[in-house]
Design a protein around this ligand. Structure first.
Ligand code: SAM
Ligand code: DTB
Ligand code: SF4
Length: 325
């Protein structure tokens, strides 16, 4: 199956409408064309600058607008970040992702983060950062310091987006993604399921990603983690089967990309996670914390991998992500 960039709305909706077994068969078949179906890439997240963010993202415990109990802190120092990266590597992660609660970084922040990136790379880990909006010059500096991936999510469809965030536009997000692409970095871009969006919104978000000139190499699909105090707290959760369908459609539309079963695993049964892997998810966040919320601990994930016969993707035998054209 060759990579397509011309998916139309009805085709994507038709995938969501398939019988579950047909959808999963199609997704698993697509997955096996590009990947070893029993290998999962593992990334560890660290919040290098927590809370106090000026944006109003309705899902986020780090927005200063919501009273969520998350304490704002300053940017961590490089030595502390490197100590966490070393721990992540020893626990088996192949990629270390640094997240900051910024609308966009200041130029002096970029210099500090660049130093962290150099240090993490020197430990033999892949690097990823998620720091908010970037201009081209900032993206260039991060790329020069050795940043392998930049995470910046669309979160949802362009139409549903204003219900969730008003302090920056959908176009701002697309611009940042373009800046990251232009300097040659790998793109990590996905969204959140369970914010009250329709199936058509999920389809449209995935269609937007899959019709980019180059598919994002990494596509995180988050299940909303409901945090008390945020605007979206108390929403009716998404049905696990509908979540699995979203993973499967992402896999079919972007067969050569890593699809990450991202936030929300702490609230998910092992069976739902197994269905996500069957639907083509092949990446997870590993470690007991995401940015501010809980994630299953390493021991639980190791036991799950063992039960499912899954092994962590090793960097040296990794498939070349450059196949995602
Ligand atoms: N401040 C930067 C930004 O917004 O781009 C980087 C960090 S931000 C926390 C990264 C992503 O985490 C968001 O775009 C969103 O998709 C995801 N996220 C944040 N809070 C979440 C939650 N409660 N549940 C699921 N995903 C969440
Ligand atoms: C992504 O798509 N999900 C991660 C990562 N990219 C940065 C973040 C999830 C955050 C969940 C809420 C929290 O722990 O604060
Ligand atoms: Fe700030 Fe990012 Fe949270 Fe939005 S998602 S409030 S930009 S930390």
């Amino acid at each position: 199956m060759s990579l397509r960039h011309d998916w139309d709305k009805n085709e994507v909706l038709a995938l969501f409408d398939l019988s579950f077994n047909d959808l999963l068969f199609k997704a698993q078949s697509a997955h096996r064309e590009y990947f070893n179906a029993n290998e999962v890439q593992i990334s560890t997240l660290l919040s290098i600058k927590t809370g106090g963010c000026a944006e109003d993202c309705g899902y986020c415990p780090q927005s200063a607008i919501f009273d969520t109990g998350v304490k704002a802190s300053k940017l961590m120092c490089t030595d502390d970040v490197l100590a966490e990266a070393k721990k992540a590597k020893d626990a088996g992660a192949s990629r270390f992702c640094m997240g900051a609660a910024w609308r966009s970084p200041k130029d002096r922040d970029i210099e500090k983060v660049a130093e962290m990136i150099e240090g993490v790379k020197a430990l033999g880990l892949e690097t990823c950062a998620t720091l908010g909006m970037l201009n081209k010059c900032q993206a260039e500096k991060l790329a020069d310091s050795g940043l392998d991936y930049y995470n910046h999510n669309l979160d949802t469809s362009a139409e549903f987006y204003p219900n969730i965030i008003t302090t920056r536009t959908y176009q701002d997000r697309l611009d940042t993604l373009e800046n990251v692409r232009e300097v040659g970095m790998n793109v990590c871009c996905g969204g959140i399921v369970g914010m009250g969006e329709s199936v058509a919104d999920r389809a449209e978000m995935l269609r937007t990603l899959a019709t980019m000139p180059k598919h994002p190499e990494s596509v995180p699909i988050n299940m909303l983690v409901q945090v008390e105090g945020t605007k979206l707290y108390g929403h009716e959760g998404v049905d696990p089967i509908d979540f699995v369908r979203t993973i499967a459609v992402a896999r079919i539309l972007m067969p050569a990309s890593f699809v990450r079963l991202s936030a929300g695993r702490e609230e998910m049964s092992e069976s739902t996670q197994a269905l996500c892997f069957l639907a083509g998810a092949n990446s997870i966040f590993y470690g007991e914390k995401l940015l501010t919320t809980a994630n299953p601990g390493v021991d639980r994930d190791k036991a799950m991998f063992e039960k499912l016969g899954i092994s962590p993707l090793k960097l040296d035998i990794k498939q070349d992500v450059a196949v995602a054209a």
